[in-house]
Design a protein around this ligand. Sequence first.
Ligand code: ARG
Length: 450
Amino acid sequence: MWGGRFSEGPSALLRALNDSFSFDRELFAEDVQGSIAWATELGHAGVLEADEVSLLVESLRLLTLREGDYEDVHSFVESALRETLGPLAGKLHTGRSRNDQVATDLKLWLKKACDDFDALVRPLARVLAQRAIVEAATAMPGYTHLKQAEPVTFGHWCLAYVEMLQRDLSRMNDAKNRGDECPLGSAALAGTPLKIDRERLAHSLGFARATANSLDAVSDRDFAAEYLFTASMLLSHLSRLAEDLIFYTSDEVAYMDLPDALATGSSRMPQKKNPDVLELTRGYAARSIGEVTGFLSLLKGLPLAYNKDMQLDKEPLFRTRALLGVLLPALTALAGALKLNRECMRGAAGSPLLLSTDAADELAATGIPFREAHEIVSRERGHSSDLNTVLAKKNVYGGTAPDRVREAAHKALESLTCHPERSEGSPESERPSHIGGGSFAVSAAQDDTR
Ligand code: ARG
C-alpha cells in the first residue's frame, strides 16, 4: 500500500505494534460502504469509466471479512479487491487517503452505535415508567445522606431514573446530529484534487452534510468523545440505580428481592443471593469513566492533522458499544422482575420519625414559625400523621403525590414510545446488532459479529 520508497519490507517488530486489523476489522462493513460511495463518486467525477465503477461496486458488495495478516481494515479491503479485480482495485484509492477514509468509517459506525444506544436505553426507561404507573402509590422511605428522610413512592423513585435516562437519550441524539458530517473528500489533510461533489457524496452515505474543513475533518474525533462521555454519563446513572437496588435488596433493608434468574449464589454460603448484575454495573461504570479519560488524553496534545495515535481511538468505542449491548438487557430484565415487599416498604415509610417533617409543616400551618415547629417536633421525636395523607400532600408538579406520579409516568411512557426518528425504519433496524454480542469484556476484535 505504501512501500514504494522503502528498500525493505516492514519488520515483524513494526508489524506487531503497528497493525490494527485485529481490532479495526470491526469497521469492515463501514469501510466497504464508504468505498462503494467513493467508487460511485469517482465515476461521477469522470475518474473512472462506468464499467469500472460497476465492477468495483459489485466486487465490494461481494467481499466478506476473513482472518489474515493485514495492516488494517483498509488494506484488507484493498488487497481482497485486488484478488478479484487485479490492477483496477488500485484505482479505488485515487484522490482518497486512509485518513479521510477511517474518519468516515468511524462516523458511520458511531451513527449506528448511537441507534443501538437508543434502542437499548429506551426499553429500560419504558419498564421503569410502566412500573411507576403500577407503583404510583407504593410508599417507601426516601433517603438523604442514606438516612431515612421523608416518605416517597416507589413509582417516584422509578421516575427519577426515567428522567436521567431521558436526558441520556437526548444527549446521544444531540451527539449524533452534531457528528452527522462526512469527512470523505478531505483526503490526507488538504482536500482531494478531484472534482468531487462532497455534498452529494455525504448524502449518498446517509450523512446530513459534508465536513467544512479538511484539516479538522481528518483529525476530529469529537463525535467519538461525545459517544464515550454520554455512555459514561449513562453508566453513572445506572451505577447509582444499581447502588440503590443493592441497598434496597440487602438483608438489612429487604424492601425488595432480586429475581432468581438475575442473581448469583455462593459456592460456600448456601443462604447467599448476590446482586452481581448490579455490582458489575457499578464496576463497568468505573471503567467507562476510564475510557473517556484515556480518550481525551489521547487527543489533547495532537498537532493537526492526522497522527497515528488516533489508531487507538477505536477499541474504547468497540468495548463500550459491546458492553452496553449486554448490560442494558440484563438491567431491563432485572428492573422489570424486581419483587417488591410492599408491606415492609410501607412499614418503614410510615415510621413516626419519617413523618416528622409533615408534623412540623402542620404546626407551621397554624401560624407557628417553621423554625419553632421544627424545634418542637424534634423534641417530640416523631409523629403519627397518616402516611397516605402525607404522600398526597406532595402534590406539587414533580412531587411524590401518587396522582402526580401516575400522571408523570403516563407522560413519560408516551414520550418514550413515540420516537420520530425510528418510525420510518425497517423492523430490523429496531434490533441493535450488538445485543447479546460476544466477549465485550476483552476486545470486540475477537468477536466476529459481521
Ligand atoms: N489504521 C489507521 C487508523 O486507524 C488508518 C489510518 C492510517 N493513516 C495513516 N496516515 N497512516 O488510524
